[in-house]
Design a protein around this ligand. Structure first.
Ligand code: WT7
Length: 643
């Protein structure tokens, strides 16, 4: 067992110390409604809620603050105008360090959001409409989200790294008739043809949702095709006309965000307004212990939930300064993060283990060349952080001065669920720590028996919290099946987890057919579906395996149609094929051509064996006697060795 690292002491004021945590946590569990109705007062409401949680997980029906009404754009922007209108809301740091950076005060952010909202309205967007946002990491990505919230439209942000095919599926699934995009995106000096990708998505043969309007932001100035009557330049339709915030019921939808599961297509996870707002505002306040005037930087993309909750809603509802970074950690060189920290005097840095590992590999010089004395707090999210990377983050990046919060949560949880609080708890490298207010984690074995004390099992949550997703858009049954059926009337996270003697939680990784590649969730079934679409592929099975930088890599077993031969060329072709079908984040790391997949006599693929072979762990293959063709295992191992 690793020893705990004492939280560094600091004289700065803090929102929660150890004794407060214990009291507040107890109250949050004993009187959740009282606790959360009180936390709800962080926000401005048109109608202040008097009702807390009204929920059931059997049948599944979840509501919080149901008699309240509010608007999250008002809370993130308008309400700050009087007190801190001239404070900085957003610092925009462009991909190219010599490019045009921008700083927006809350007043300037308000103007930009109103202009965006008016542009959306001019295209006909109305309350309840879904709007797909496919944007680079620029200010307009943030203002598009807030503009939707302002007028009551439901945003569905699709990560700009997804392919036209993946985008088309996400537009189709929520019947979105509006798209906001940019001419191009920039990432590490590479241009991403966003507008052309949207056009390609809409031209997909099976795409039948008509698009009523597309708003295009001029970013790089690239020459792009505009379809008359459908596509509009933002700068031509934007206006400063008055645009009040819509009054939204607490349970009105705020956004849909697609995330991968163990089976089928990505699910449109739906979050609503009041509960998500209270959850992200409260978690941001306590987890990052934010103090007025501090510069906060979350390096995620708005295409993921981390960007939603902790670049946009959480920080802005707290009146914070949120840094929006367009670029990547290794451009123009591996010192980019530290250069940004130094130049903008970043106080709180929130990033992912995969980035930390990649930068750690480049040595300490890049870090040490820059002044990091502004850093007060470090955060980690997306996957378990290995203790070696944790130590480097703590010792080298934070100079042993800045506590680390390792925040465990999911798209479905809306915000942080398990973490230490910076001034309240000692840290253990590799452990996310303790439950946030209102969260009761539970470990169960595969049969559902509850495990007490020090134990390892499947991580469940026993009671609803305000930030919980309410449904899968258009498919409530899938929501029920995915999260509430494995263990009756519990929310099952899909993660394996250990609890130690101090009650600290250690996430061990997914226990389903989901893999975590560079902190991004990837369904193995999605990669398999992409592979079998290729005319030469007969069957495919995809598993995760340990990868030094990415956490997990994508390992593909592929059987080819009769007469086809596995070759380096075909490997490259299939790799590229998957990139085209899903996006670069799904690029296979290894591909093994095989004459068969290990199946039981009833035809079920034995993934356990495929995982072990991919991990190079042949001693622990377990029982292979139920295989239809036991000799296949030796051929798989040979193929692995000869790769
Ligand atoms: C899955 C959720 C939460 C925003 C980013 C990912 C893994 C996330 C941690 C952490 C260990 C973590 C889990 C979880 N995960 N944070 N601090 N320690 N594992 O959101 O795409 O919804 O993925 O990411 O496996 O289930 P997501």
């Amino acid at each position: 067992m690793l020893h705990a690292v004492a939280r560094p002491q600091s004289d700065a004021p803090t929102h929660c110390v150890a004794e407060q945590y214990a009291d507040m946590y107890r109250r949050s569990i004993e009187d959740p409604d009282g606790f959360w109705l009180e936390q709800a007062q962080r926000l401005d409401w048109y109608r202040v809620p008097t009702r807390g949680g009204e929920w059931s997980w059997d049948p599944v029906d979840i509501k919080w603050f149901a008699d309240g009404s509010l608007n999250l754009c008002h809370n993130a922007v308008d309400r700050h105008l009087e007190v801190r209108g001239d404070d900085t809301a957003i610092i925009f740091e462009p991909d190219d360090p010599s490019g045009d950076g921008r700083t927006l005060s809350y007043r300037e952010l308000h103007r930009e959001v109103v202009r965006m909202a008016n542009a959306l309205k001019a295209m006909g967007v109305a309350k309840g409409d879904r709007v797909t946002i496919y944007m680079p990491m620029i200010v307009e990505g943030v203002t598009a989200m807030l503009a939707c919230a302002r007028i009551g439209a439901v945003h569905s942000v699709v990560f700009g790294g997804f392919s036209p095919e993946a985008l088309a599926g996400r537009i189709e699934d929520c019947e979105s008739r509006f798209v906001v995009t940019a001419d191009e995106g920039l990432r590490g000096s590479k241009r991403v043809p966003l507008k052309a990708n949207v056009d390609a998505a809409l031209a997909e043969p099976d795409h039948d949702t008509p698009i009523d309007g597309m708003l295009v932001i001029r970013h790089t100035g690239a020459d792009i095709a505009m379809t008359e009557g459908r596509d509009h330049w933002f700068h031509e339709v934007a206006s400063d006309a008055d645009c009040p915030c819509e009054e939204m019921a607490a349970e009105d939808p705020l956004f849909i965000l697609y995330t991968s599961g163990s089976t089928g297509k990505p699910k449109g996870v739906l979050h609503t307004t009041g509960g998500y707002g209270v959850w992200t505002a409260t978690t941001f306040h306590y987890v990052f212990d934010y103090r007025p005037g501090e510069i906060y930087w979350c390096t995620a993309d708005i295409g993921w939930v981390t960007g939603h909750s902790y670049i946009v809603y959480g920080p802005l509802m707290n009146g914070a300064t949120s840094l929006v970074f367009e670029g990547v950690p290794n451009y123009p060189d591996h010192g980019r993060f530290w250069e940004v920290v130094d130049r903008h005097k970043v106080n709180i840095l929130y990033t992912a283990p995969t980035a930390i590992r990649a930068l750690m590999r480049e040595g300490d010089d890049h870090v040490r060349q820059r002044d990091r004395s502004s850093l007060r707090l470090l955060g980690s999210v997306g996957e378990p952080i290995n203790p070696e990377a944790w130590r480097w983050y703590f010792d080298v990046v934070g100079e042993g001065r800045a506590p680390i919060v390792d925040t465990w949560w999911q798209t479905e949880t809306g915000g942080v669920m398990i973490t230490t609080l910076p001034a309240a708890h000692d840290m253990k490298p590799g452990s996310a720590g303790l439950p946030f207010f209102g969260i009761e984690p539970q470990l169960v074995d595969n049969e559902g028996a509850v495990l007490e004390g020090e134990a390892e099992g499947n991580l469940c949550i026993t009671a609803s919290w305000p930030g919980q997703a309410r449904t899968v858009y258009g498919d409530h049954e899938r929501f029920v099946q995915t999260y509430f059926t494995a263990y009756k009337a519990k929310y099952f996270t899909g993660d394996g987890c250990k609890r130690d003697a101090d009650g600290y939680y250690w996430i061990t990784g997914r226990v389903d057919d989901v893999i975590n590649v560079s902190g991004h969730r990837m369904g193995t079934a999605e990669v398999e579906s992409a592979l079998v679409l290729h005319p030469k592929v007969a069957e495919a099975a995809v598993v995760g395996y340990p990868h030094d930088i990415k956490g997990q890599g994508i390992y593909c077993y592929v059987t080819l149609n009769a007469g086809e031969e596995g070759s380096d060329e075909l490997y490259a072709e299939l790799r590229n094929w998957v990139r085209q079908e899903i996006g670069p984040i799904a690029t296979p790391d290894h591909m093994q051509f095989t004459d068969g997949l290990p199946k039981t006599r009833s035809g079920k693929i034995m993934r356990r064996i495929l995982r072990k072979v991919a991990e190079n762990d042949y001693g622990a293959l377990g029982d292979t006697s139920t295989l239809a063709d036991p000799s296949l295992v030796d051929r798989l191992i040979d193929g692995r060795r000869n790769r």
